[in-house]
Design a protein around this ligand. Structure first.
Ligand code: SF4
Length: 390
Protein backbone atom coordinates (compact mmCIF):
# COMPACT_ATOMS: atom_id res chain seq x y z
CA UNK A 1 0.00 0.00 0.00
CA UNK A 2 1.21 3.50 -0.85
CA UNK A 3 0.03 6.92 0.27
CA UNK A 4 -0.71 10.01 -1.81
CA UNK A 5 -1.51 13.39 -0.23
CA UNK A 6 -2.99 16.15 -2.39
CA UNK A 7 -2.39 19.81 -1.66
CA UNK A 8 -4.61 21.76 -4.08
CA UNK A 9 -3.31 25.34 -3.95
CA UNK A 10 -0.80 27.04 -6.25
CA UNK A 11 0.47 30.59 -6.37
CA UNK A 12 -1.47 30.99 -9.63
CA UNK A 13 -3.06 28.68 -12.20
CA UNK A 14 -0.87 27.74 -15.17
CA UNK A 15 -2.50 27.99 -18.56
CA UNK A 16 -2.06 24.35 -19.57
CA UNK A 17 -2.98 22.82 -16.20
CA UNK A 18 -5.98 20.51 -15.80
CA UNK A 19 -5.00 19.19 -12.37
CA UNK A 20 -7.26 19.68 -9.40
CA UNK A 21 -5.44 22.87 -8.41
CA UNK A 22 -6.56 26.39 -7.52
CA UNK A 23 -4.88 29.76 -7.26
CA UNK A 24 -4.31 30.52 -3.60
CA UNK A 25 -6.20 33.68 -2.68
CA UNK A 26 -6.01 33.48 1.10
CA UNK A 27 -7.80 30.17 1.72
CA UNK A 28 -7.04 28.70 5.14
CA UNK A 29 -4.13 26.32 4.61
CA UNK A 30 -3.99 25.43 8.29
CA UNK A 31 -7.56 24.17 8.20
CA UNK A 32 -6.73 22.18 5.06
CA UNK A 33 -3.72 20.51 6.70
CA UNK A 34 -5.84 19.65 9.74
CA UNK A 35 -8.53 18.18 7.49
CA UNK A 36 -5.96 15.97 5.73
CA UNK A 37 -4.72 14.74 9.10
CA UNK A 38 -8.29 14.07 10.20
CA UNK A 39 -8.87 12.06 7.02
CA UNK A 40 -5.59 10.22 7.61
CA UNK A 41 -6.85 9.15 11.06
CA UNK A 42 -9.91 7.62 9.34
CA UNK A 43 -8.25 5.84 6.42
CA UNK A 44 -4.47 5.73 6.87
CA UNK A 45 -3.96 4.89 10.55
CA UNK A 46 -0.87 2.68 10.89
CA UNK A 47 -0.92 2.21 7.14
CA UNK A 48 2.90 1.82 7.06
CA UNK A 49 3.01 2.87 3.40
CA UNK A 50 5.79 1.61 1.14
CA UNK A 51 5.95 4.95 -0.67
CA UNK A 52 4.53 8.41 -0.01
CA UNK A 53 3.95 11.23 -2.48
CA UNK A 54 2.95 14.74 -1.35
CA UNK A 55 1.72 16.28 -4.59
CA UNK A 56 -0.59 18.93 -5.93
CA UNK A 57 -0.99 21.71 -6.58
CA UNK A 58 2.12 23.14 -4.99
CA UNK A 59 2.81 21.60 -1.58
CA UNK A 60 5.99 23.71 -1.24
CA UNK A 61 3.63 26.67 -0.86
CA UNK A 62 3.04 25.49 2.72
CA UNK A 63 4.85 27.59 5.32
CA UNK A 64 7.63 25.81 7.21
CA UNK A 65 5.30 25.56 10.24
CA UNK A 66 2.50 23.93 8.24
CA UNK A 67 4.87 21.60 6.38
CA UNK A 68 6.18 20.54 9.77
CA UNK A 69 2.64 20.01 11.08
CA UNK A 70 1.59 18.00 8.05
CA UNK A 71 4.63 15.73 7.92
CA UNK A 72 4.89 15.13 11.68
CA UNK A 73 1.15 14.44 11.81
CA UNK A 74 1.33 11.99 8.90
CA UNK A 75 4.34 10.29 10.46
CA UNK A 76 2.48 9.81 13.76
CA UNK A 77 -0.69 8.54 12.11
CA UNK A 78 0.62 6.41 9.24
CA UNK A 79 4.10 5.50 10.52
CA UNK A 80 5.58 6.36 7.10
CA UNK A 81 8.98 7.42 8.41
CA UNK A 82 9.68 3.78 9.38
CA UNK A 83 8.07 2.06 6.40
CA UNK A 84 8.47 4.27 3.35
CA UNK A 85 11.24 3.49 0.86
CA UNK A 86 10.63 6.79 -0.91
CA UNK A 87 8.85 9.95 0.26
CA UNK A 88 8.49 12.63 -2.42
CA UNK A 89 7.58 16.28 -2.03
CA UNK A 90 6.50 18.22 -5.11
CA UNK A 91 7.86 21.75 -5.18
CA UNK A 92 7.88 24.76 -7.45
CA UNK A 93 10.89 27.06 -7.73
CA UNK A 94 9.12 30.19 -6.42
CA UNK A 95 8.35 28.51 -3.09
CA UNK A 96 11.35 26.23 -2.62
CA UNK A 97 14.23 27.72 -0.67
CA UNK A 98 17.28 26.06 0.78
CA UNK A 99 15.70 26.41 4.25
CA UNK A 100 12.53 24.64 3.15
CA UNK A 101 14.56 21.92 1.44
CA UNK A 102 16.51 21.38 4.65
CA UNK A 103 13.33 21.23 6.77
CA UNK A 104 11.72 18.77 4.34
CA UNK A 105 14.77 16.51 4.57
CA UNK A 106 14.71 16.62 8.39
CA UNK A 107 11.01 15.66 8.34
CA UNK A 108 11.53 12.48 6.31
CA UNK A 109 11.29 13.64 2.68
CA UNK A 110 13.76 11.61 0.59
CA UNK A 111 12.97 12.88 -2.89
CA UNK A 112 12.13 16.28 -4.37
CA UNK A 113 10.18 16.73 -7.58
CA UNK A 114 10.63 20.21 -9.04
CA UNK A 115 8.28 21.82 -11.58
CA UNK A 116 10.88 23.50 -13.77
CA UNK A 117 8.99 23.19 -17.13
CA UNK A 118 11.33 25.52 -19.08
CA UNK A 119 14.46 27.62 -18.65
CA UNK A 120 13.16 30.32 -21.05
CA UNK A 121 11.51 33.40 -19.62
CA UNK A 122 9.23 33.88 -22.65
CA UNK A 123 7.98 30.28 -22.40
CA UNK A 124 7.40 30.43 -18.64
CA UNK A 125 5.50 33.68 -19.07
CA UNK A 126 3.37 32.27 -21.88
CA UNK A 127 2.45 29.34 -19.60
CA UNK A 128 1.57 31.82 -16.79
CA UNK A 129 4.22 30.23 -14.57
CA UNK A 130 5.23 32.50 -11.72
CA UNK A 131 8.93 31.56 -11.48
CA UNK A 132 11.78 32.65 -13.73
CA UNK A 133 14.75 30.64 -15.07
CA UNK A 134 17.08 31.89 -12.33
CA UNK A 135 14.72 30.67 -9.60
CA UNK A 136 14.49 27.31 -11.38
CA UNK A 137 18.27 26.88 -11.35
CA UNK A 138 18.45 28.02 -7.71
CA UNK A 139 15.81 25.46 -6.72
CA UNK A 140 17.80 22.68 -8.44
CA UNK A 141 20.91 23.85 -6.56
CA UNK A 142 19.04 24.01 -3.23
CA UNK A 143 18.01 20.35 -3.55
CA UNK A 144 21.64 19.37 -4.23
CA UNK A 145 23.14 21.53 -1.50
CA UNK A 146 20.85 20.07 1.13
CA UNK A 147 21.90 16.60 0.01
CA UNK A 148 18.80 15.08 -1.58
CA UNK A 149 20.10 11.95 -3.31
CA UNK A 150 16.91 11.80 -5.36
CA UNK A 151 15.63 14.78 -7.30
CA UNK A 152 13.29 14.95 -10.28
CA UNK A 153 12.74 17.85 -12.67
CA UNK A 154 9.60 18.23 -14.79
CA UNK A 155 10.04 19.78 -18.24
CA UNK A 156 7.53 20.45 -21.01
CA UNK A 157 8.43 20.25 -24.70
CA UNK A 158 6.63 21.28 -27.92
CA UNK A 159 6.11 24.94 -27.10
CA UNK A 160 4.73 26.14 -30.46
CA UNK A 161 7.27 27.79 -32.72
CA UNK A 162 10.12 27.37 -30.25
CA UNK A 163 13.60 27.20 -31.74
CA UNK A 164 14.43 23.49 -31.15
CA UNK A 165 17.94 24.49 -30.09
CA UNK A 166 16.43 26.18 -27.03
CA UNK A 167 14.74 22.95 -26.01
CA UNK A 168 17.94 20.91 -26.46
CA UNK A 169 19.93 23.47 -24.43
CA UNK A 170 17.38 23.47 -21.59
CA UNK A 171 17.27 19.68 -21.60
CA UNK A 172 21.07 19.35 -21.40
CA UNK A 173 21.33 21.99 -18.65
CA UNK A 174 18.72 20.25 -16.52
CA UNK A 175 20.15 16.75 -17.12
CA UNK A 176 23.57 18.02 -16.02
CA UNK A 177 22.24 19.79 -12.90
CA UNK A 178 22.71 16.82 -10.54
CA UNK A 179 19.17 15.42 -10.77
CA UNK A 180 18.72 11.65 -11.09
CA UNK A 181 15.22 11.67 -12.65
CA UNK A 182 13.53 13.64 -15.42
CA UNK A 183 9.86 13.80 -16.43
CA UNK A 184 9.53 15.30 -19.92
CA UNK A 185 5.97 15.89 -21.08
CA UNK A 186 4.67 17.08 -24.41
CA UNK A 187 2.56 20.23 -24.07
CA UNK A 188 -1.01 18.98 -24.15
CA UNK A 189 -4.33 20.68 -24.75
CA UNK A 190 -6.68 19.29 -22.12
CA UNK A 191 -10.38 20.11 -22.11
CA UNK A 192 -11.27 23.20 -20.10
CA UNK A 193 -7.82 24.74 -19.74
CA UNK A 194 -7.03 28.35 -20.63
CA UNK A 195 -4.54 27.06 -23.20
CA UNK A 196 -7.16 24.97 -24.96
CA UNK A 197 -9.52 27.95 -25.09
CA UNK A 198 -6.76 30.04 -26.69
CA UNK A 199 -6.04 27.22 -29.11
CA UNK A 200 -9.71 26.92 -30.06
CA UNK A 201 -9.94 30.68 -30.56
CA UNK A 202 -7.01 30.46 -33.00
CA UNK A 203 -4.72 32.43 -30.69
CA UNK A 204 -2.37 29.58 -29.79
CA UNK A 205 -1.50 27.20 -32.63
CA UNK A 206 -0.39 23.73 -31.51
CA UNK A 207 3.03 22.49 -32.62
CA UNK A 208 3.14 20.30 -35.72
CA UNK A 209 2.64 16.60 -34.66
CA UNK A 210 5.66 15.39 -36.69
CA UNK A 211 7.81 17.94 -34.93
CA UNK A 212 6.42 16.82 -31.55
CA UNK A 213 7.29 13.19 -32.41
CA UNK A 214 10.83 14.21 -33.43
CA UNK A 215 11.25 16.11 -30.14
CA UNK A 216 9.97 13.10 -28.18
CA UNK A 217 12.36 10.69 -29.90
CA UNK A 218 15.29 13.13 -29.65
CA UNK A 219 14.56 13.64 -25.95
CA UNK A 220 14.63 9.89 -25.32
CA UNK A 221 17.96 9.69 -27.13
CA UNK A 222 19.48 12.66 -25.26
CA UNK A 223 18.38 11.21 -21.92
CA UNK A 224 19.84 7.83 -22.82
CA UNK A 225 23.17 9.44 -23.75
CA UNK A 226 23.21 11.30 -20.42
CA UNK A 227 22.70 8.02 -18.53
CA UNK A 228 18.96 8.43 -17.88
CA UNK A 229 17.13 5.29 -18.95
CA UNK A 230 13.57 5.71 -20.25
CA UNK A 231 11.46 3.46 -18.01
CA UNK A 232 8.05 4.98 -18.82
CA UNK A 233 6.71 7.04 -21.73
CA UNK A 234 7.66 10.39 -20.17
CA UNK A 235 10.03 9.33 -17.41
CA UNK A 236 13.80 8.86 -17.39
CA UNK A 237 16.03 7.88 -14.50
CA UNK A 238 19.59 7.05 -13.61
CA UNK A 239 20.14 3.47 -12.49
CA UNK A 240 18.10 2.72 -9.36
CA UNK A 241 16.34 6.11 -9.39
CA UNK A 242 12.99 5.24 -10.99
CA UNK A 243 10.10 6.77 -9.02
CA UNK A 244 8.82 3.91 -6.84
CA UNK A 245 5.56 5.72 -6.10
CA UNK A 246 4.63 6.23 -9.74
CA UNK A 247 5.55 2.59 -10.43
CA UNK A 248 2.79 1.71 -7.96
CA UNK A 249 0.28 3.39 -10.33
CA UNK A 250 1.71 1.86 -13.50
CA UNK A 251 1.78 -1.61 -11.91
CA UNK A 252 -1.78 -1.16 -10.60
CA UNK A 253 -0.72 -1.72 -7.00
CA UNK A 254 -2.83 -0.30 -4.16
CA UNK A 255 -2.73 3.22 -2.75
CA UNK A 256 -4.69 5.48 -0.46
CA UNK A 257 -5.19 9.13 -1.47
CA UNK A 258 -5.84 11.92 1.02
CA UNK A 259 -7.01 15.45 0.25
CA UNK A 260 -9.36 17.22 -2.15
CA UNK A 261 -9.99 15.21 -5.32
CA UNK A 262 -7.50 12.49 -4.31
CA UNK A 263 -8.01 9.00 -5.75
CA UNK A 264 -7.55 5.70 -3.94
CA UNK A 265 -7.36 2.14 -5.23
CA UNK A 266 -7.58 -0.74 -2.79
CA UNK A 267 -9.53 -3.96 -2.22
CA UNK A 268 -10.92 -3.77 -5.75
CA UNK A 269 -12.46 -0.31 -5.27
CA UNK A 270 -11.67 2.99 -6.88
CA UNK A 271 -12.49 5.91 -4.60
CA UNK A 272 -12.46 9.59 -5.43
CA UNK A 273 -12.70 12.45 -2.93
CA UNK A 274 -14.70 15.63 -3.47
CA UNK A 275 -12.56 17.85 -5.72
CA UNK A 276 -13.44 21.28 -4.33
CA UNK A 277 -11.19 22.12 -1.33
CA UNK A 278 -14.10 23.94 0.35
CA UNK A 279 -16.46 20.96 0.00
CA UNK A 280 -13.69 18.60 1.06
CA UNK A 281 -12.96 20.65 4.17
CA UNK A 282 -16.59 20.98 5.22
CA UNK A 283 -17.32 17.28 4.68
CA UNK A 284 -14.22 16.07 6.49
CA UNK A 285 -15.05 18.29 9.45
CA UNK A 286 -18.54 16.74 9.60
CA UNK A 287 -17.85 13.11 8.74
CA UNK A 288 -14.10 12.42 8.78
CA UNK A 289 -14.18 11.33 5.10
CA UNK A 290 -15.06 13.19 1.90
CA UNK A 291 -15.80 10.49 -0.68
CA UNK A 292 -17.47 11.68 -3.87
CA UNK A 293 -17.55 8.34 -5.65
CA UNK A 294 -16.71 4.73 -4.89
CA UNK A 295 -16.75 2.23 -7.74
CA UNK A 296 -15.88 -1.39 -8.20
CA UNK A 297 -14.75 -1.67 -11.82
CA UNK A 298 -15.95 -4.69 -13.78
CA UNK A 299 -13.25 -7.33 -14.43
CA UNK A 300 -13.06 -6.33 -18.12
CA UNK A 301 -12.67 -2.64 -17.36
CA UNK A 302 -10.06 -3.39 -14.74
CA UNK A 303 -8.08 -5.62 -17.10
CA UNK A 304 -8.08 -2.91 -19.78
CA UNK A 305 -6.91 -0.34 -17.20
CA UNK A 306 -4.12 -2.65 -16.03
CA UNK A 307 -2.91 -3.00 -19.65
CA UNK A 308 -3.25 0.73 -20.30
CA UNK A 309 -1.00 1.53 -17.33
CA UNK A 310 1.46 -1.36 -17.63
CA UNK A 311 2.19 -0.99 -21.34
CA UNK A 312 3.67 2.43 -20.53
CA UNK A 313 6.64 0.57 -19.02
CA UNK A 314 8.78 -0.37 -22.04
CA UNK A 315 11.12 -2.83 -20.28
CA UNK A 316 8.66 -4.41 -17.89
CA UNK A 317 5.19 -4.33 -19.43
CA UNK A 318 2.20 -6.01 -17.75
CA UNK A 319 2.43 -9.05 -15.50
CA UNK A 320 -0.39 -11.11 -17.02
CA UNK A 321 -0.50 -13.63 -14.19
CA UNK A 322 -0.95 -10.91 -11.60
CA UNK A 323 -3.58 -9.26 -13.83
CA UNK A 324 -5.41 -12.60 -13.98
CA UNK A 325 -5.36 -12.90 -10.18
CA UNK A 326 -6.90 -9.42 -9.87
CA UNK A 327 -9.55 -9.84 -12.56
CA UNK A 328 -10.01 -13.62 -13.00
CA UNK A 329 -9.62 -12.99 -16.73
CA UNK A 330 -6.85 -14.28 -18.96
CA UNK A 331 -5.80 -11.31 -21.12
CA UNK A 332 -4.88 -13.49 -24.11
CA UNK A 333 -8.33 -15.06 -24.13
CA UNK A 334 -10.21 -11.92 -23.20
CA UNK A 335 -8.71 -9.68 -25.88
CA UNK A 336 -8.62 -12.58 -28.38
CA UNK A 337 -8.05 -11.67 -32.04
CA UNK A 338 -7.10 -7.99 -31.58
CA UNK A 339 -4.32 -8.98 -29.19
CA UNK A 340 -3.14 -11.86 -31.43
CA UNK A 341 -2.98 -9.47 -34.33
CA UNK A 342 -0.85 -6.97 -32.32
CA UNK A 343 1.48 -9.83 -31.37
CA UNK A 344 1.69 -10.95 -35.04
CA UNK A 345 2.52 -7.41 -36.12
CA UNK A 346 5.25 -7.32 -33.45
CA UNK A 347 3.81 -4.23 -31.78
CA UNK A 348 3.47 -6.31 -28.62
CA UNK A 349 5.46 -9.30 -27.40
CA UNK A 350 5.17 -11.93 -24.68
CA UNK A 351 8.02 -12.66 -22.30
CA UNK A 352 8.63 -14.87 -19.28
CA UNK A 353 9.82 -13.37 -15.99
CA UNK A 354 12.27 -14.84 -13.47
CA UNK A 355 9.40 -16.54 -11.57
CA UNK A 356 8.00 -17.95 -14.84
CA UNK A 357 5.26 -15.31 -14.87
CA UNK A 358 4.04 -14.08 -18.26
CA UNK A 359 4.64 -10.46 -19.26
CA UNK A 360 3.05 -8.57 -22.14
CA UNK A 361 5.03 -5.56 -23.30
CA UNK A 362 5.23 -3.13 -26.19
CA UNK A 363 8.09 -3.63 -28.65
CA UNK A 364 10.27 -0.68 -29.71
CA UNK A 365 7.86 -0.12 -32.63
CA UNK A 366 4.74 -0.59 -30.52
CA UNK A 367 5.98 1.78 -27.83
CA UNK A 368 5.68 4.67 -30.30
CA UNK A 369 2.12 3.53 -31.13
CA UNK A 370 0.65 2.98 -27.67
CA UNK A 371 -2.51 5.01 -28.35
CA UNK A 372 -3.21 2.95 -31.47
CA UNK A 373 -2.61 -0.31 -29.56
CA UNK A 374 -5.05 0.68 -26.82
CA UNK A 375 -7.65 1.71 -29.38
CA UNK A 376 -7.43 -1.75 -30.92
CA UNK A 377 -7.82 -3.42 -27.53
CA UNK A 378 -10.69 -1.19 -26.44
CA UNK A 379 -13.77 -3.29 -27.09
CA UNK A 380 -16.30 -1.29 -29.14
CA UNK A 381 -18.63 -4.07 -30.26
CA UNK A 382 -21.35 -4.94 -27.79
CA UNK A 383 -21.21 -8.55 -28.96
CA UNK A 384 -17.47 -8.96 -28.50
CA UNK A 385 -16.35 -11.30 -25.73
CA UNK A 386 -14.57 -8.35 -24.16
CA UNK A 387 -17.71 -6.21 -24.01
CA UNK A 388 -19.83 -9.11 -22.70
CA UNK A 389 -17.41 -9.72 -19.83
CA UNK A 390 -17.76 -6.08 -18.80
S1 SF4 B 1 1.93 24.82 -10.53
FE1 SF4 B 1 1.47 22.75 -11.27
S2 SF4 B 1 -0.47 22.17 -10.31
FE2 SF4 B 1 -0.21 24.40 -10.03
S3 SF4 B 1 -1.36 25.28 -11.72
FE3 SF4 B 1 0.77 25.10 -12.39
S4 SF4 B 1 0.90 23.07 -13.40
FE4 SF4 B 1 -1.00 23.13 -12.22
Amino acid sequence: MSLYVHFPYCQSKCRYCDFNSYAWTGQNMEAYVDAVLQEARSVAKELLPQTVFIGGGTPSLLSPQLLDRLLRGLADISGFVHSSKETTLEANPESFSREKASLAKDLGITRISLGIQSLRQEVLQAYDRVHDPEQALKALDAAQEVGFAHCNADLIFAFPGQNPEHWWQDLHTVLASGIDHLSAYELSYEPGTALTRLNQAGRWPAENPDHCQALFEGTRQACHQAGFGGYEVSNFAKSGAACLHNLVYWRSHSYVGLGAGAHSWYQGNRVQNLPSPEDYLATIQNRGQAIQEKQRPSPGTLLFEILMMGLRLPHEGVNLDRAEKLTELDALEYFGDPLSSLLDRKWLCLETGSQKERYLRATETGFLLLDEILLQLLPDDSNSPARKAQ
